[in-house]
Design a protein around this ligand. Structure first.
Ligand SMILES: *Cc1c(COP(=O)(O)O)cnc(C)c1O
Length: 387
């Protein structure tokens, strides 16, 4: 089925995006900034007790950072470059955390000198660097979480440590004169199983209790990361359902002694605000009797659609054409055979699709522009317009 516009955008919003796109060359990403504001308000509405740290890597456009700054958001930053961008836009350093567990000592120092005091860690070497380069900083330790089977874009293994190591790091933070602040986790991006938060929160509770009982350390914060869903082809529960369940897990485990709660949304805030507009360059078959047509378009893995890697994220692709559908292979324009978005999954597109037609990739506001190559095969980076 061709996705219904109304499942993804209200008609007025889509008309506005499309009318603007009609005046532009493809490929381009059109981001409706009002939608980002709405998503932010929805999130703070269903999680009234949480502080929001927008994960800037999802889309670092100044328009988006400024909008979220004015809405009161804080920012989760992964590099000195993101830091400079956010500071230049007038965000004060108390609203910034350094959430990357992989960092150079001199970058820690840079953050510290700019006034940032909240640092994530998951290893002894990094913690020792923080103690030296950012004395007295607030430390939260990231634990591993097991959500990779049900997350469409897992963030497992590379980040986080086991519970025993997390406790050691918190104790070491205290001994190094740092402020042992809390525990963080990320259940995996586009996480479809809300139960993964339950398991992660239960782990955090054990860490909180044992450190309190055995060491007299009272942790004060849980950073529950991102993972909240955007609307792609496979549907998920809505955000209110996530919030209801997660709030219940927290209340069951922490009751009246609720720590400070931080969320780091990226995808869920931004994805639905964007439409990537592309054009069909070529349609072909590989043999006279070839069963599947290949549809090549002017945007691909290297120009914004990297999350189709492993066919992980299935974006809704919309065409104006009506009528019978046929599963096709959908590929990008570059001379690299990795530049195929969907091949195992035969994407259903209209049989009467023609060269020159436009295809609209819904829910592409997050993890597209910032991933786009700067000149592979000479193709320029993906253009973005904020309307
Ligand atoms: C990428 C990232 C996020 C954002 O995750 P989403 O699933 O896009 O919401 C949050 N926290 C950290 C530490 C991240 O690296």
């Amino acid at each position: 089925m061709i996705p219904a516009i109304s499942d993804y955008y209200d008609t007025e919003t889509f008309d506005r995006i499309k009318a603007f796109a009609d005046t532009q060359e493809t490929p381009c990403l059109v981001v409706d900034t009002a939608t980002v504001g709405d998503q932010y308000d929805e999130l703070t509405g269903v999680f009234p007790y949480a502080r929001i740290f927008y994960a800037v890597k999802a889309n670092p456009a100044p328009e988006i950072i400024s909008l979220l700054r004015d809405r009161g958001s804080n920012f989760d930053i992964a590099s000195i470059y993101e830091l400079d961008r956010v500071l230049e836009l007038g965000v004060s350093p108390e609203r910034i955390s350094y959430g990357n567990t992989i960092k150079k000592s001199r970058d820690i120092r840079y953050f510290y000198e700019k006034g940032v005091r909240d640092f994530a860690t998951d290893s002894e070497a990094d913690l020792r660097n923080i103690a030296q380069a950012a004395p007295g900083a607030r430390i939260y330790v990231r634990i591993l979480s097991e959500g990779s089977a049900t997350a469409d874009w897992p963030l497992s293994r590379k980040f986080g440590c086991q519970t025993d190591m997390a406790m050691d790091l918190i104790m070491m933070a205290r001994d190094l004169g740092l402020d042992p602040y809390g525990i963080s986790f990320h259940v995996g991006s586009q996480q479809r199983d809300i139960g993964t938060w339950d398991a992660a929160i239960a782990k955090v509770k054990v860490i909180f209790e044992r450190l309190q009982e055995e060491e007299g350390i009272k942790l004060r914060m849980i950073n529950m990361g991102g993972g909240f869903p955007a609307h792609y082809l496979s549907r998920t529960n809505d955000l209110a359902t996530y919030a209801g369940e997660i709030t219940r897990f927290l209340e069951e485990d922490f009751g009246d002694d609720m720590p400070e709660i931080i969320l780091e949304p990226g995808r869920s805030l931004i994805a639905n605000a964007g439409v990537l507009v592309s054009e069909v360059v070529l349609i072909s078959r590989k043999s006279r009797t070839g069963l599947h047509r290949w549809v090549y378009i002017d945007v691909g893995k290297f120009s914004g659609l990297i999350e189709t890697l492993g066919e992980a994220i299935k974006f809704p692709v919309y065409s104006d054409r009506k009528g019978e559908l046929e599963g096709v292979v959908l590929a990008g324009p570059t001379c690299d055979s990795a530049d195929i978005m969907y091949e195992d999954f035969k994407y259903p597109l209209p049989l009467n699709l023609a060269i020159g037609d436009r295809l609209y990739w819904f829910s592409t506001g997050a993890y597209t522009t910032s991933y786009s190559a700067i000149e592979f095969n000479g193709f320029p980076p993906l253009k973005t317009y904020h309307i």
